[in-house]
Design a protein around this ligand. Structure first.
Ligand code: FRU
Length: 436
């Protein structure tokens, strides 16, 4: 276990079986909890359970047994988790707040249910389930948070109405009794909804509505209704990143909004299948078009950096430089001023090209806009055994991509046409996250 040839070494994947969406991301009793759509009995989708893993640092995960099993109400589809600090649900005991999971029981009808835990390890389904009856068939994926100004719980829920994809906004005083307050069209499955400061300025906050595709809108929220101030904007710019969700209850002193997405990266021939993205810190950044969402690998990942291959200030002109020919798991950082030519990073022979003339990033032939910021390009490239993730333009361009580097290809080369001024050009071997 964890030594399999296609086991991602710094991305979470289940010990055995299939996973898709991350579920119930929450910080509780000093640990990050990652629940996940899990088929414990097969390599493909089916028999949905909630798998469960915990981490003290968002990076090293320990998989526990499945937390939620299917029952007479159906398989257990996606949902979220909250810490009920005020014990509004009554599931708490001895002054300790319970952890509450809100999930979809995907039978017929399809309904929303609760389960709770006092220790974060064992879970009890609420005897009064379901807490929300079917609105229309297939309604699913409740994402719940506490809205302090109105002192109520808010749920966003995917609901199909007259063949249209909508997100419904509901409220509840106690997680058990829900009232529909408003709805908005245009988002499919796995909604998430949260507030973020613009450029880190706590006096300028905006709400972000997003869903499975990672497209999003920015706007205002009065506790019942979301008022968009942008059209629907593109989310990630790669492939195979879906149904992301952000953590609940990260302590205010930390204050980060951290997201994990389902990385649709197959591991053929292995006893497990699919993985999670690295944890991503979200921010809103000012651009010439207004505030936009940006993604960055959480800083905890830097702790996995081992042997460094290079790290210098250098100007490269029409030349190719080899950083190493012994790379396996890669974390590469480059900050450079490109000319009008191309800067090509050949990471284990996967081409990541920055086209300075077009201000475009091309990851393994897949194009994404990547504007210079202050005349510079900052690139971060992570390569694991079944995927690559590239971050550019201060994180405004996030390009995840499932892909299996050939085992024998071990070099990292940088090829420059024209000229490029590097402020940083460093790459590290990443240390595996698994105890084995
Ligand atoms: C998204 C999704 C969710 C659903 C879950 C079932 O990938 O279809 O809408 O709850 O997967 O596994």
């Amino acid at each position: 276990l964890y030594r399999e040839p296609l086991r991602p070494q710094f991305h979470f994947s289940p010990k055995r079986g299939w996973t898709n969406d991350p579920n119930g991301l929450v910080f509780f009793n000093g640990e990050y909890h990652l629940f996940f759509q899990h088929n414990p009995y097969g390599w493909g989708w089916g028999n949905m359970h909630w798998g469960h893993a915990v981490s003290k640092d968002l990076v090293h995960w320990v998989e526990l047994g499945d937390a939620l099993y299917p029952d007479a109400m159906g398989p257990v589809f996606s949902g979220s988790a909250v810490v009920d600090w005020k014990n509004t649900s009554g599931f708490g005991k001895d002054g300790k707040p319970p952890l509450v999971l809100i999930y979809t029981a995907a039978g017929n009808p399809t309904v929303q249910c609760l389960a709770y835990s006092r220790d974060g390890k064992s879970f009890t389904k609420y005897a009064g389930n379901p807490v929300l009856k079917q609105i229309t068939p297939g309604n699913r994926d409740p994402k719940v948070f506490w809205h302090e100004p109105t002192k109520r719980w808010v749920m966003t829920l995917y609901v199909e109405v007259d063949k249209k994809h909508t997100i419904h906004f509901l409220t509840s005083p106690d997680l058990k009794d829900w009232t529909v307050r408003s709805k908005i069209d245009g988002f499919f499955e796995c909604p998430d909804f949260f507030e973020l400061p613009i450029d880190g300025d706590a006096t300028r906050k905006k709400w972000v509505l997003t869903a499975a595709s990672s497209e999003y809108m920015i706007g205002g929220f009065d506790g019942e209704k979301f008022t968009p101030e942008t059209p629907k904007l593109p989310g990630h710019r790669g492939r195979g990143f879906y149904a992301a969700q952000t953590f609940s209850d990260i302590p205010a002193a930390d204050g980060r909004r951290i997201q994990i997405g389902w990385l649709q990266a197959p591991s053929p021939g292995m006893a497990f299948n699919q993985a999670m993205s690295v944890p991503l810190e979200l921010s809103l950044r000012t651009t010439p078009d207004g505030p936009r969402l940006a993604w960055a690998p959480v800083k905890e990942l830097n702790g996995l950096r081992g042997k460094s291959h290079a790290g210098y200030k250098i100007t490269l002109t029409n030349s190719e430089t080899t950083l190493t020919d012994r790379a396996e798991l890669v974390d590469l950082e480059a900050v450079f001023k490109p000319g009008k030519g191309k800067v090509t990073f050949l990471v284990r022979d996967i081409p990541v090209v920055y086209d300075g003339a077009k201000e475009e990033l091309i990851v393994n032939k897949h194009r994404a806009p990547a504007p210079l910021r202050g005349g510079h390009m900052e690139l971060r490239i992570l390569v694991d055994r079944t995927a690559i993730e590239v971050f550019a333009s201060d994180g405004l361009t996030y390009v995840p991509m499932p892909l299996i580097p050939e085992a024998a290809r071990r070099s990292i080369r940088v090829d420059v046409t024209g000229s490029a001024d590097f402020r940083t050009l460093s790459s590290w071997e990443v240390r595996p996250i698994w105890k084995r």
